[in-house]
Design a protein around this ligand. Structure first.
Ligand code: ADP
Ligand code: ASP
Ligand code: MG
Length: 455
């Protein structure tokens, strides 16, 4: 019996007409049932710039940006020689984009709600073009299948936390069942958008930057897929970011737990939440390059053949360390509760934490500081110190908290780099510490040499 395969292609895999056709060939070869696409590379950033420009600058500046985005997509349309119907769909999206930008300009207000709808146009435009590319490839191969554009918002129901909306799993499963009744006939390849969703009352939302991986996983769960594929610009998950360390090695197989840690602690190759739905439904995930589809790639599974002590490492930049001190903590209880309550009220997530008798240090993404009330509220219960320009270095592997001598090896390797904070013990898969952002890449390069290249 055929398998249900959900394949996601990132921005670079949608970069131009050639990339789209190459990605469509990959989907055909993989027998994908659902193809989830990102916006063409750079388009989400361009749409954000458009929103900000429309809000604050002269209309003529927005017109320049509108034209740039339009021309880029029209060029792909021309190269793909799209049908009149596709051209009409594309024109409607251009019009919507212009109207939205005008509205933002007139109101001088680009709310996160408006920004989500504006950003959604990136994926909506690329998916219209990719449906055409997919159709052409299916026809060339005489497959007897057709491609169909699916508006993902018809199935991907979310809450109304604009810009970081959370999927509503039960509703999504039920909507997928209704909308995709013919999925298991394997006659149709559904092409749809990553990154976006819709609330109960019809508002367009986004799942956060890089969220298309997550969308694909949510859909894979929604249709109980057999395989989830993430096609990107690197041939799988590597021992560290190849941009940081050219000697990074591809990983053939990695467990769900290790890959989740890697994604959460900064490896951009997977959106941090991607594996949650895959783990819930035990769906194996393949990560590969659409540019090199014959390369081995990486399988992420519940169980794998080997469990090395150090499998990979990641760097998460733009970290801040917030230290809260108060004598009230001395021999007292409930202080951590008060602190966490404040972070919870502000919906700020903490990455790493250490405590001493009268102080607590936590690491946060620097975007948390945009919320001025957070620091003000914390200052009401403790002395607050904020250190910026830091990076979180993580070693990912197995049995880390039960291996003697690991700490010694790690800190000998980076003896001349100041370690501002250490987190070890909570997870057997992760050992992380904070260094200055400037020294982060050097720390990773040294550790990679010691633990990966030296093996
Ligand atoms: P896409 O647009 O396809 O989603 P991304 O740019 O989001 O692609 O993710 C792919 C990038 O992730 C790679 O180009 C690579 O630089 C980066 N990356 C970070 N850590 C890793 C890692 N451990 N293995 C592979 N790639 C990584
Ligand atoms: N287009 C979105 C972004 O650039 C989502 C994605 O590509 O995953 O963040
Ligand atoms: Mg990505």
């Amino acid at each position: 019996m055929s398998k249900v395969v959900v394949s996601k292609f990132g921005g670079t895999s949608m970069g131009d007409a050639l990339c789209m056709l190459r990605s469509a060939e990959v989907s055909f070869k993989q027998n994908s049932s659902i193809v989830v696409v990102s916006a063409t590379s750079g388009t989400t950033n361009a749409l954000i710039e458009l929103g900000k420009t429309a809000q604050a600058k002269a209309w003529s500046e927005s017109e320049v940006l509108l034209k740039k985005i339009r021309d880029r997509h029209l060029q792909i349309a021309e190269e793909l020689k799209v049908s009149a119907a596709t051209r009409t769909q594309l024109e409607a999206l251009f019009e919507e984009k212009e109207s939205l930008a005008r509205g933002i300009h007139l109101l001088k207000d680009c709310s996160i709600k408006a920004m989500d709808t504006l950003m959604s146009l990136g994926e909506r435009m690329s998916s219209v073009l990719f449906t055409e590319a997919m159709g052409q490839v299916l026809k060339t191969h005489g497959s007897g299948k057709k491609s169909e554009l699916l508006d993902v918002r018809d199935v991907l129901r979310t809450d109304d936390a604009f810009s970081k909306a959370r999927p509503l799993t039960e509703e999504i499963i039920s909507l997928c069942g209704k909308r995709l009744v013919n999925l298991r006939d394997f006659k149709t390849v559904y092409v749809t958008q990553g990154f976006i969703g819709r609330t109960e009352d019809g508002m367009t939302t986004t799942l956060g930057r890089g969220g298309s991986d997550y969308s694909a996983a949510i859909l894979a769960e929604g249709v109980s897929a057999d395989i989830l594929e993430i096609w990107t610009d690197v041939a799988g998950i590597a021992t560290t970011d190849p941009r940081l360390c050219p000697k990074a090695k591809p990983i053939d197989e990695i467990s769900f737990q290790e890959a989740s840690e890697l994604a959460t602690f900064g490896a951009k190759v997977l959106h941090p939440a991607t594996l949650l739905p895959a783990v819930r439904k035990n769906i194996p995930v393949f990560v590969g390059s659409s540019f090199e589809s014959g390369a081995k790639g990486t399988w992420v599974r519940k169980e794998v053949e080997d469990y090395p002590l150090i499998r990979a490492m990641a760097l998460r930049k733009k970290q801040v360390l917030v230290t809260l001190s108060t004598p009230a903590m001395l021999h007292a209880h409930g202080f951590l509760f008060q602190i966490f309550k404040i972070f919870n009220d502000h919906k700020v997530s903490i990455d790493a934490i250490t405590t001493s008798e009268i102080s607590v240090s936590v690491t946060l993404d620097d975007s948390a500081l945009l919320n001025k009330r957070l620091i003000a509220d914390l200052s009401e219960i403790a002395d607050v110190q904020v250190e910026e320009n830091l990076a979180l270095v993580s070693l990912i592997g197995n049995n880390i908290n039960h291996t003697a001598g690991l700490g010694k090896k790690v800190f000998e390797t980076i003896a001349d780099i100041n370690v501002r904070m250490i987190c070890l013990g909570a997870s057997k898969h992760n050992f992380c510490f904070i260094v200055s952002e400037e020294q982060g890449p050097l720390a990773i390069q040294r550790l990679h040499q010691k633990f990966i290249e030296g093996q």
